[in-house]
Design a binder for this molecule. Structure first.
Ligand code: ZN
Ligand code: ZN
Length: 345
């Protein structure tokens, strides 16, 4: 094993650099993973632009990854050398009230590996054995890197409480929005109405089971959704953009008594919303934070081929092309959903 290894960091806005990171010895319950594939997340883009609400530069980045276990701590029982795993990059204290009752996504000291200096765009990664899950045989490392965003979407869809026969609208056809759309269809049996400004992403969402796509540049999504639902609106809406406008729209398209779930990361902290609707229509707004016990469910769905992540992968690059991957995702008319970086030996 080398003493140090290169890890990508954002040195300044839109500037990736590689720093040499020390390979520290494993704790008793830790495992060393040789990263095989890592994906760029929307939240990495906020970081790349230097606009993440809770992180400042320089910063390690990347939290969606899969790989192979190459070394285990002396008390590890859940993994053995050679296991193929996906990483749950959250760090919870394990002791607070929330952690004690199993809601570790609500941990009062919640953090993520990259916020503590360990990013996934690197050959090695160390986690507690509880934060890695075995990849089913039918799932490639590239797909394995997307179990994290799938878990985010799964958590949000569960939180919304959507039921069989209910309608939904999704604002944002990025990876999370499309995953939410795929999952609401699985849950309710009805394809979602999806809104975005990128024709490529809207078409991808339709190909993956959305019922109806609205290009918000061409049509007012609130009117279009009300028209498509006989003036009633939808049972569930999801905000997966992170803008005041789409947040407001996600509330305006709700049926009376319905709810919206917020997943997007807002670069702007304070936002105006149509507050009168809450009492008038008895609507609710939920927040969905990360995941807890959702990786297991995502992996079951993938193992049984209930859902496939393959169609979301639009680009596979090398680690040396990481910066290019970010620029692809930020270019205005890009045809990308998920950029995955392959990390070879
Ligand atoms: Zn992510
Ligand atoms: Zn805790």
């Amino acid at each position: 094993m080398p003493e140090t290894y290169p890890m990508a960091v954002i040195a300044a806005p839109r500037q990736i650099e590689y720093v040499q990171k020390k390979l520290s010895p494993l704790g008793d319950y830790e495992i060393l993973i040789k990263i095989k594939a890592a994906a760029i997340c929307g939240s990495d883009l906020h970081l790349y632009k230097g606009l993440h609400p809770s992180a400042s530069l320089p910063a390690a980045l990347g939290h969606e990854a899969s790989g192979q276990v190459i070394e285990i701590g002396k008390s590890v029982t859940k993994h053995k050398i050679g296991d193929r795993v996906t990483i749950e990059p959250v760090i919870a204290c394990g002791k607070c009230d929330y952690c004690s009752r199993g809601d570790y996504h609500l941990c009062k000291d919640i953090s993520f590996q990259y916020r503590q200096g360990q990013g996934v765009f690197a050959p090695f990664f160390i986690v507690h054995e509880d934060r890695a899950f075995h990849l089913p045989k039918n799932i490639s490392y590239e797909e394995g890197a997307l179990v994290e965003p799938m878990s985010v979407a799964l958590h949000a869809v569960k939180k919304s409480g959507i039921k069989l026969g209910q309608t939904s609208a999704v604002f944002g056809a990025g990876a999370i929005g499309i995953l939410v759309s795929m999952l609401t269809r699985q849950t309710s049996g009805i394809g979602s109405i999806i809104c975005d400004i990128h024709p490529y992403r809207l078409q991808k969402a339709l190909d993956l089971g959305a019922q109806f796509a609205i290009n918000s540049r061409e049509q007012d999504p609130v009117n279009a959704i009300l028209e498509a639902t006989n003036g009633l609106g939808v049972d569930k809406s999801f905000e997966a953009v992170g803008l005041e406008l789409t947040l407001s729209q996600s509330l305006q398209v709700l049926k009376h008594g319905a709810n919206a779930t917020l997943i997007g990361i807002f670069e702007q902290i304070e936002n105006k919303i149509p507050i009168h609707l809450f009492v008038q229509r008895e609507i609710s707004l939920y927040g969905a934070q990360g995941y807890s016990w959702d990786f297991q469910d995502a992996l079951k769905m993938l193992e049984t081929n209930t859902m496939s992540l393959k169609p979301l992968i639009t680009h596979i690059l090398l680690l040396s092309e990481l910066q290019q991957g970010f620029e692809i995702l930020l270019s205005p008319n890009n045809k990308s959903i998920k950029v995955v970086v392959k990390i070879d030996d």
